[in-house]
Design a protein around this ligand. Structure first.
Ligand code: NDP
Length: 331
């Protein structure tokens, strides 16, 4: 089987030369392990951070080794109790065609309840991030006005829809293309949306939410966060989930310049990591899974075909080539 290695640490934007496709032996699993043929790989923004040799909440990828990431696939051989060939599993050894996974780090998923790859997106880590971030970290209340950036992505599209389904008075999203903006309003039920590439965020947000907002779900950072701080009401909350606008920056951004207004407005700006919120998993799957089945919550995937194209998928994600969850179909 083949696997993708990181071979150089990107400076600024990653390039294909930072990665290499390497052939690796596929061996029978040792006791307590399973061999999985991956079907879908996840590419996620956090992976960019793991390519740097910097201390962070997740350790850096080692140079010359296979990268890690979410994946779903089928067990092809098992030396672990409770796993049989054919079982569908979710695990963390993506970026490879075959994964030799410790059984205690593999989770069986119900391929009948949802398409396998949904466990990497709407019913998986990004979905839980949206759910826990909005409801728990953001302390969303019925009647709140919500603004979410990165709104057409895996996390953002769920944030906006959960807010709406839970009774938000207003849901505004921003995204990087007119087509994404159209979808947010026409298909995802957002009250308003704007393309941040078409003009300043402050002005476009003021037009979309003239009365201001109660909760800001930040996937982007920088100018978006600054604009949201300006629009938040007294006692408003900002969920700092991601800052993708700066992941490839080599110098820190200037914004937000209005941090001092946090004082007078008694705002809460809270960082979050999804890993702290797996106790909400069951509640999340029940509520969001129910909305999916009823057709009240939509989700989209952008699937890049072929293991060879996994790096292109990752680079595309950073550029906004995806709507909804970006996935690689191993084929
Ligand atoms: P998305 O599906 O949202 O994909 C990333 C999107 O970011 C792109 O589609 C692109 O859309 C947008 N983007 C890229 N560059 C910029 C930019 N300069 N300014 C504004 N938007 C940009 O990814 P996810 O849903 O998986 O992740 C969304 C965010 O949530 C990321 O910041 C990620 O790091 C974070 N995250 C945090 C977690 C946590 O535990 N804290 C867990 C999971 C995700 P567009 O066309 O709109 O520009």
């Amino acid at each position: 089987g083949r696997e993708w290695h990181l071979v150089a640490r990107p400076q600024g934007w990653p390039t294909p030369a930072d990665f290499a496709l390497v052939e690796a032996p596929v061996t029978a699993p040792a006791p307590g392990r399973i061999l999985v043929r991956n079907e879908y790989l996840s590419v996620d923004p956090y992976m960019r951070g793991r390519m740097n040799d910097a201390k962070s909440y997740a350790p850096p990828y080692a140079l010359g080794e296979a990268m890690h990431g979410g994946a779903v696939g089928r067990v092809v051989a098992s030396a672990a109790e409770g796993f049989e060939p054919g079982d569908a599993v979710l695990h963390g050894l993506g970026w490879r065609e075959y994964a030799d996974v410790p059984a205690d780090q593999a989770f069986k998923v119900d391929a009948g309840a949802a398409p396998l790859q949904a466990y990497l997106g709407v019913l998986g880590m990004p979905g839980l991030t949206a759910y826990a971030g909005l409801l728990r970290v953001g302390r969303f209340q019925e009647g709140d006005a919500v603004f979410v950036s990165g709104a057409a992505g895996a996390v953002g599209s769920v944030v906006g829809q959960v807010a709406k389904l839970r009774g938000a008075s207003l849901v505004v999203g921003s995204a990087g293309s007119d087509e994404k903006v159209r979808k947010l309003v026409e298909e995802y039920g957002f009250d308003a949306a704007f393309n941040y590439k078409n003009g300043d965020v402050v002005g476009q947000l003021a037009k979309a939410a003239p009365e201001g907002i109660d909760v800001y779900f930040d996937n982007v950072g920088g100018e978006h966060l600054e604009a949201a701080i300006g629009a938040l009401h007294v006692h408003g909350r900002a969920v700092l989930c991601g800052a993708i606008a700066q992941y490839n920056d080599t110098t820190p951004p200037a914004a937000p310049r209005n941090l001092a207004t946090v004082i007078g407005k008694r705002l809460t700006l809270q960082g979050m990591l999804v890993g702290d919120h797996y106790d909400l998993q069951r509640e999340f799957v029940t509520e969001v899974g129910g909305w999916l089945r009823d057709g009240r919550l939509r989700f989209e995937e952008t699937v890049v075909d072929g293991f060879d194209n996994a790096v292109d998928a990752f680079l595309g994600l950073l550029r906004g080539a995806n709507t909804g969850k970006m996935l690689v179909h191993v084929g």
